[in-house]
Design a protein around this ligand. Structure first.
Ligand code: 5GP
Ligand code: ZN
Length: 112
């Protein structure tokens, strides 16, 4: 499958990893939009939030257990934002489920 984030999972494309376990990988966004900008992804290929179902939602729950630990390790003590763009209207550019962690500054009070 020609998927950028699957290639990052496989090590075919390098990334700056900040967290990894058997199911989840987190790495720094190549084009950060905040002082801290991390992408958290399942190692298995799920195309987007639209692809989450009863068979694969356990990894999503696991991702959300990982996110506070990653945020704490990054020193995001004053808060952070978690975003997942789904589909064309949301400008999803990589069709492998990912959650952005954004923080390290006062973020905009609008999301759209
Ligand atoms: P989306 O727009 O799909 O929500 O987010 C995709 C994110 O992936 C973007 O923030 C973009 O900067 C990031 N990205 C794209 N290609 C690469 C890459 O090769 N390495 C890393 N670390 N991030 C990437
Ligand atoms: Zn993939």
């Amino acid at each position: 499958m020609d998927c950028l984030f699957c290639k990052i999972v496989n090590g075919d494309i390098p990334s700056t990893k900040v967290y990894e376990d058997e199911k989840v990988l987190a790495f720094r966004d190549i084009n950060p939009q905040a002082p801290t900008h991390i992408l958290v992804i399942p190692k298995e290929h799920i195309p987007s939030v639209d692809g989450i179902n009863a068979d694969n939602s356990a990894v999503v729950a696991h991702i959300f257990e990982c996110i506070p630990k990653i945020a704490a390790a990054e020193g995001l003590t004053n808060g952070y934002r978690v975003v997942s763009n789904c589909g064309d209207d949301a400008c999803q550019s990589v069709k492998h489920l990912h959650f952005h962690i954004l923080g390290g500054k006062q973020l905009a009070d609008t999301m759209a």
